[in-house]
Every structure is written in structure tokens, then in C-alpha cells.
Ligand binder design. Structure first.
Ligand SMILES: Nc1ncnc2c1ncn2[C@@H]1O[C@H](COP(=O)(O)OP(=O)(O)OP(=O)(O)O)[C@@H](O)[C@H]1O
Ligand SMILES: [Mg+2]
Length: 261
């Protein structure tokens, strides 16, 4: 079953009194449990698309369905988890209280079938740091707490907007492995924005490659690398082929010309 359906969705903004199309009509689907990646140049509309899916921003046209329902209803029913580039934790609250916050907002009786805050803290590898404040954690640890918080209401769909963009490469690989493990356990359908081709190929079942002005999907790359994925899969021919295809779709012939130079 399709967990996420985006059909003919476009976005126009009024900029300096003119209507500018920042995202052309876009189609995209993910089945339950699939991991999608969005990659493309700055300004091509990746965050805008994520915000429309999350019901933060209305589309100018088109249809979005999450588990068969419109984004407003999915959001009301807490079916969408969102992780931002900046962890956005409340600095005066402990890790445990940050992870628990959405439960408090909807009332603790809701979602009893989901994981407890402690289970999610264990899942993201923060056991022992329940009572630490965000300021006492590294960037990667803060981002793990933000992921735990996004999962606390057992959403059907997890949206991640460059969640690891601010991390160094070593921490980023570690977080990629963690997120793959978390996803394998929770089976949450996920859509992640990234600027890293390697990260997109390592994480995703399907990569949507976007171009800018106007933003649009120019290629959809199915990643045939088997799961579970360890870092060693980066040496496989399937991995190299997917990286190559994404790179060509992003840069066209430009790199070929550089090679010849
Ligand atoms: N509220 C807004 N009003 C007007 N224009 C906007 C608004 N939000 C975004 N835009 C424009 O829409 C385009 C897409 O922005 P968006 O943030 O979705 O890009 P992005 O692909 O996420 O880029 P980046 O990789 O830099 O995060 C940009 O040209 C931006 O200036
Ligand atoms: Mg963005």
C-alpha cells in the first residue's frame, strides 16, 4: 500500500509582487516502510516539499495523501514526525522530558500502544543520558534525541530535513548507521532531504533527484543495494552505480567535461 502519495503538487510564492513557481507539478510515492531521499541544489524546493507534506505549508495545487488521508488530518492524528536540521530541543528540559514533550501535548493517555520515552531513548543510543540537558550533549546526540522525540507518537511517516547536515563526516556515518537500525526496528516510512550523494544512496530505497528554477524531479533512482547495509556496501558495484547515476542526474555532462579536461 502507498504510504505517501504526492500527485501534481506545485508551489508558487509571491516574490516582489510576482508569482514565482518554486516547485513545478511533482509526483512522488513511497510504500509503507520505504526510505526515500530528496537531493538537489540549494533552492530547488526540497524543504518546501517537505513542509507541504507535513501540513506546515499549503500546496498551490495537487494532492498529498499520507496513509490515504490529507496532511491536515494526518497531522491531527500525529501520523507525521519531523526532524529539522537544527535539533530544536528545549534547552531547559532534560533529554527524557524533551522526548516526552509531544506525549504531554496530546495527553498521556493517547498512543499507549507506542514505545515509551525510555524505550526510544534506548533505541537511539542515549541510555544513561536521560537526565542530561541538550547543552551537555554533542550535536549528534542532540539530533538522536530529536529523532526519538519525532518517533514518540509512532508516526506513519518520518520526515527528515538535512538531519545530519551540521555534523562532521565521522559522526554523520555513525548517525546514518543508527538511523538505518532505528528504521529497521520501527519500519517507519521515511523521507529525508540530504545534500550528500553517498548518504542518499546509503540510506534510501529510492532517490528523487531535483533540479532548480523551477524545482522539479529530474530522475528517480532505485537503489538496489541489499539490506541490512553496513559501511562496507559503499565498496560494492551497485553502490558505485547508484552514486554515478545520481551524480550524472545532478550535474549532467558537466563532470564528464571536467574528466576530459
Ligand atoms: N515563504 C517563502 N516566500 C517566498 N519564497 C520562498 C519561501 N520559502 C521558500 N521560498 C523560495 O522557494 C525556493 C525553494 O526553497 P526551499 O527552502 O524549499 O529550498 P531547498 O531545496 O530546501 O534549499 P536548501 O538546500 O538550501 O535548503 C527558494 O528559492 C526560496 O527562496
Ligand atoms: Mg532546505
Amino acid at each position: 500500500m502507498e504510504q505517501l502519495t504526492v500527485r501534481g503538487v506545485c508551489k508558487r510564492f509571491e516574490i516582489d509582487g510576482r508569482s514565482v513557481e518554486v516547485l513545478s507539478p511533482t509526483d512522488l510515492t513511497l510504500k509503507a516502510g520505504e526510505f526515500g531521499a530528496l537531493i538537489g541544489p540549494s533552492g530547488c524546493g526540497k524543504s518546501t516539499l517537505l513542509r507541504m507534506i507535513a501540513d506546515i505549508l499549503p500546496p498551490s495545487d495537487g494532492t498529498i495523501l499520507i496513509g490515504g488521508h490529507e496532511p491536515a488530518r494526518a497531522r491531527r492524528e500525529h501520523e507525521i514526525g519531523f526532524v529539522f536540521q537544527d535539533p530544536t530541543l528545549l534547552p531547559w528540559r532534560s533529554v527524557l522530558d524533551n522526548v516526552r514533550l509531544p506525549l504531554e501535548l496530546v495527553g498521556n493517555s493517547a498512543r499507549l500502544s507506542g514505545s515509551t520515552p525510555q524505550e526510544l531513548i534506548d533505541l537511539v543510543g542515549l541510555s544513561g543520558f536521560e537526565h542530561a540537558r541538550p547543552g551537555q550533549l554533542s550535536g549528534g546526540m542532540q539530533q538522536r534525541a530529536a529523532i526519538a522525540r519525532a518517533l514518540i507518537l509512532s508516526p506513519q511517516l518520518l520526515l527528515l530535513d538535512e538531519p545530519f547536515g551540521a555534523l562532521d563526516e565521522i559522526t554523520r556515518y555513525r548517525m546514518n548507521m543508527e538511523l538505518l537500525r532505528i528504521r529497521a526496528e520501527t519500519r517507519t516510512t521515511s523521507l529525508m532531504v540530504t545534500h550528500s550523494i553517498q548518504e542518499a544512496v546509503f540510506m534510501a530505497d529510492r532517490i528523487f533527484v531535483l533540479a532548480a528554477r523551477p524545482g522539479r524531479i529530474v530522475d528517480v533512482v532505485e537503489v538496489e543495494v541489499e539490506r541490512p547495509r553496513k559501511l562496507s556496501v559503499m565498496n560494492s558495484p551497485e553502490f558505485a552505480a547508484a552514486v554515478d547515476r545520481v551524480r550524472t542526474s545532478l550535474f549532467g555532462d558537466a563532470l564528464g567535461m571536467l574528466d576530459d579536461a
